[in-house]
Design a protein around this ligand. Structure first.
Ligand code: ADP
Ligand code: MG
Ligand code: MG
Length: 597
């Protein structure tokens, strides 16, 4: 495919293609290749579909203690799907199971994690804390609670994110390059499934009624004259449907059932047989999956879709709690490894306990999720104490500390080093590593381990004015933390010393403060027109770029047997080309779908 018309729009400057042109239609926006009537229809269908199907986010509000009502609003979405090359979409899907395996293997390699993250831990307290807990629990051989954690199943719900990028190495064609791999709180599986339904409906319902030209223009912008050869009617062209709401609950159910079978609890058929380790005499309440959530979460519908699917498909109940509440109400029995929720109900279940068999983190990935701080020794860091308690139990963690650490940006950078990903797939599996490596972009260390190639990238920014070709990333999750363009160049300049050697060459020494960052090659996906809707209103139209997320689900046992590993759905996020950052919840991107062509 040819590179898109203009990549320069990407360079941080706000794009003037996003402006709204006023006219007399209800939306007040004129969109090329789309009549005002079709646009009005689109908006009407979209808002109604969203209400009818819960394609919504919760509104930030000061809820009063007496009111239980909440208001919901249409999620930030792209009104139409974005053209996407079918072959690259399939490539992303195919990489899900290899990346799942990779994360599982990294999570069990303490040496690799310690070596890779040793420079980060000194400057980034958050990653340092995760690593310290990991070492205390998984790399020591002492107490029973460590044995419970080590013996527990691991549940991975991962999302590998990609951008199409055109490189000489790939014959100047677009291929997917990994932006990052999320191993904790990978979100939007639920809402993205709903968006794919919406976009499937809209393109079929309005295709003949004024939509086709708009879609065709975008297809040409992305594909040039070369389509992947899909033609109408072979079942592949158009908007694919996501399997996420089937496959993610299915993976969680695998972990749930394995725990119940192992400890002989839960399912009614097991009730006669009373010699299980975890059998309690109290009235049997079904064991639960604990969703660890942020107190002020607005992306609740996405989480609830998963909760309802768990019940519908598997009759598995979910309980939602914040780390603060968990600290108050979830106890760990050191001898058995049982995690239980104390019920303070006054009703029938008074005094009864609920066993937590799977812990699913939708919080805990950011320092702000631990507002009481890092001091666990004096008991004040209650959120970290809660995290540690959960980790020490026999329940399957999604993710456990090893999986969480495997998703750090520093690990991503280290894996791109020659031979690094290959060490996890030796012998017969060498082709798996090769397959994974096809998706790596240029990744460079800024730590004490920086080599010549890394320093060349730094010098490229400092002396060749190549700041637009890189992104500077700290070890954070959730969007909004990266440095681009001028900010990137300044951050590097402020944190290095430049000296001139005898031959007149520039020598650069990096400050240790940079070791928590990685430098990454900037990706330039093809641009196409999008119409974005935010806060229930058309925000504007303009050229856009997209990021594909592929979900993977894996369940493995304490001793490393992989019992479940599959691709588990997709997500496409679209933002205006002039916007550097990503993230839907953080207000940069919108949810969309691929229109395969
Ligand atoms: P986070 O964990 O905060 O989501 P990401 O690595 O995904 O961190 O970066 C956030 C956003 O920044 C991405 O969604 C993407 O829009 C943009 N971004 C990150 N890396 C690159 C890159 N190499 N090239 C272009 N854009 C990038
Ligand atoms: Mg992330
Ligand atoms: Mg991201």
């Amino acid at each position: 495919f040819p590179p898109s018309e203009s990549s320069s729009v990407l360079d941080g400057s706000s794009s003037d293609t996003n402006t709204m042109t006023t006219d007399s239609t209800t939306t007040g926006i004129t969109i090329p290749h789309l009549s005002p009537t079709t646009l009005a229809n689109l908006v009407d269908y979209t808002i109604s579909f969203s209400a009818a199907n819960g394609l919504q986010v919760q509104q930030k509000s000061e809820r009063s203690a007496t009111s239980t009502s909440s208001s919901y609003i249409t999620a930030p979405i792209s009104l139409l799907p974005q053209a996407y090359p079918h072959g690259q979409f399939q490539h992303g899907l195919a990489l899900s199971t290899p990346f799942n395996l990779l994360v599982d293997r990294i999570s069990r390699n303490g040496k690799f994690l310690q070596e890779t993250l040793k420079g980060v831990r000194d400057v980034d307290e958050f990653t340092g804390m995760l690593l310290t807990l990991y070492e205390a629990i998984y790399l020591s051989d002492g107490h029973s609670s460590e044995q419970h954690a080590k013996g527990a199943d691991r549940l991975g719900i991962l999302r590998s994110d990609y951008m199409l990028h055109c490189s000489q190495a790939a014959n100047n064609e677009y291929s997917i390059k990994q932006v990052e791999l999320n191993t904790i709180a990978s979100s939007f599986a639920g809402l993205a499934s709903s968006v794919a339904k919406l976009h499937g409906f809209l393109t079929r319902r309005l295709g003949e009624e004024g939509l086709q030209e708009f879609l065709d223009v975008n297809e040409r912008a992305v594909m040039g004259d070369s389509s992947d050869g899909i033609v109408d009617g072979d079942g592949e062209r158009g908007v694919p449907q996501s399997l996420a709401m089937i496959r993610l609950p299915a993976a969680m159910a695998v972990a749930y059932d394995r725990y119940c079978a192992r400890f002989n609890i839960g399912s009614s058929s097991n009730n006669d047989n009373n010699n299980g380790e975890h059998k309690s005499d109290a009235a049997v309440i079904k064991p639960v999956i604990l969703f660890v959530v942020q107190p002020n979460e607005t992306n609740t519908v996405d989480q609830r879709l998963l909760e309802f699917a768990l019940w519908d498909n598997h009759e598995i109940p979910v309980v939602r709690m914040s780390l603060g509440e968990i600290h108050e109400r979830v106890t760990l029995d050191e001898a058995s490894g049982r995690l239980t929720i104390q019920n303070d109900d006054q009703g029938d279940n008074c005094g009864a306990v609920q066993e937590v068999v799977v812990v699913y983190f939708r919080a805990g990935y950011a320092p702000t999720d631990y507002p009481s701080g890092y001091n666990t020794a004096d008991g004040s860091g209650i959120e970290w104490l809660a995290r540690e308690r959960l980790e020490r139990g026999s329940a399957a963690k999604c993710p456990n500390l090893g999986y969480h650490l495997a998703g750090t940006k520093k690990v991503q950078q280290e894996l791109a080093r020659r031979g690094a990903v290959e060490q996890f797939f030796e012998g017969d599996e060498a082709d798996v590593a090769a397959q994974i490596r096809t998706a790596f972009a240029g990744l460079y260390s800024l730590g004490a381990d920086a080599n010549e190639e890394d320093m060349e990238a730094v010098k490229d920014v400092l002396f060749n004015d190549a700041k637009g070709q890189y992104v500077l990333k700290p070890q954070r999750e959730g969007g909004g933390y990266n440095y681009y363009g001028e900010n990137l160049a300044n951050k590097l300049k402020e944190n290095c010393t430049i000296t001139v050697d005898d031959d007149g060459n520039n020598d650069v020494t990096l400050s240790p403060d940079l070791s928590e960052f990685i430098l990454m090659e900037r990706l330039f996906p093809p641009q196409q027109r999008a119409i974005l809707l935010r806060n229930g209103q058309v925000e504007g139209t303009g050229m856009s770029i997209s990021e594909l997320g592929c979900f993977g689900a894996i369940v493995s046992s304490g001793d490393g047997e992989v019992v479940h590993n599959e691709y588990a759905g997709f997500l496409l996020r679209t933002k205006f080309s002039g916007v550097d950052e990503g993230g839907v919840a953080s207000g940069f991107a919108t949810l969309s779908s691929p229109y395969l062509c």
